[in-house]
Design a protein around this ligand. Structure first.
Ligand code: NAD
Length: 278
């Protein structure tokens, strides 16, 4: 199992930097493109920190050798001739479509892999002639073992097999999901969280006891309400609204969730959600 020798990443934020680091760790030359000089500097720093982390954990090689395989630039022309470009710009259809066109222009032959967590990969694929697939990495990328391979209507079967090989070569486990709202992970994760929120709303049990039910009873690493605090209630509300509009009423956000978001109780980032944070 190997990854392509040269890989591009568009958007070097939280996810793009982690993805770039993963491909560096697998021996690839990686070109990261971001939008301006500040973003380029921030991306380079994030990736260097991840490289330091790998070396501290005993990875082979030197910092200089790893970083000699990394280019971070504002010039999307640097994607020319690359066989694979991973798109990791913010979650907006308009921005992703523009980004796909940028990649296609620079590298008409490249496979474009999108890290979208919710948008339709099939709809994105319609905007370019390149082969397109979803590679949904999880945060934080270095520590996360899962990548969802999202198969668009137009994704060739041979590319799905190739992508499985890439993900395995990155030391992660692939799961293959047809392009459907929420893929597998968000759909199930949000489904459980919404039911847990309805249980708080109905006074069935406290947030802590509901989380304990899943952590101690079902070996979840984090309870669904604590996880909602980590992700952000606003983020999960957005996903629930999207899923209810596409998959139906069973994903309708509970009133309690809407009220908490309206009060600014967004979870960890605001200091209060289902739990309080100091
Ligand atoms: P982020 O905001 O941390 O990073 C986005 C990066 O894209 C930034 O560096 C920004 O400067 C850059 N960017 C913006 N416009 C650009 C453009 N036109 N050209 C090039 N670069 C541009 O976002 P993120 O959290 O890394 O999310 C990126 C994608 O990954 C989104 O689709 C998101 O839904 C998905 N995702 C996020 C997570 C998560 O937990 N953060 C998990 C899985 C998937």
């Amino acid at each position: 199992m190997t990854v392509p020798q040269k890989v591009g990443v568009l958007g070097g934020g939280r996810m793009g930097a982690g993805i770039a680091h993963s491909f560096l760790a697998a021996g690839a030359e990686v070109t990261v493109v971001d939008i301006n000089d500040d973003a380029v500097a921030a991306a380079a720093e994030r990736i260097s920190n991840d490289v330091d982390g790998s070396l501290q954990r005993g990875a082979a090689g030197t910092r200089e050798e790893w970083l000699s395989r990394l280019t971070v630039t504002t010039d999307a022309g640097a994607f020319a001739g690359l066989p694979l470009v991973v798109e990791a710009v913010p979650e907006s259809m308009d921005l992703k479509v523009a980004s796909f066109r940028t990649i296609a222009e620079a590298s008409p032959e490249a496979v474009i892999a999108t890290n979208t967590s919710s948008l339709s990969v099939s709809d994105l694929a319609l905007t370019v002639d390149n082969d397109v697939i979803g590679l949904h990495f999880f945060n934080p990328v270095p520590a996360s073992k899962l990548v969802e391979i999202v198969v668009a209507d137009s994704t060739p079967e041979s590319l799905v097999d190739e992508a499985r090989g890439w993900v395995s070569a990155l030391g992660k486990t692939p799961i293959v999901v047809q392009d459907a709202p929420g893929f597998a992970s968000s759909r199930l994760g949000v489904c459980i969280a919404l039911e847990a929120i309805r249980m708080v709303e109905e006074g069935v049990a406290s947030a802590q006891d509901i989380d304990n039910a899943m952590v101690l009873g079902y070996k979840f690493p984090v309870g669904p309400l604590a996880l909602t605090d980590i992700v952000g209630l606003d983020v999960r509300l957005g996903i629930a609204e999207y899923l209810s509009s596409t998959l139906g009423e069973r994903f309708a956000p509970p009133q309690l969730m809407r009220d908490m978001v309206a009060r600014g109780e967004l979870g960890r980032k605001s200091g209060k959600g289902f739990y309080e944070y100091s």
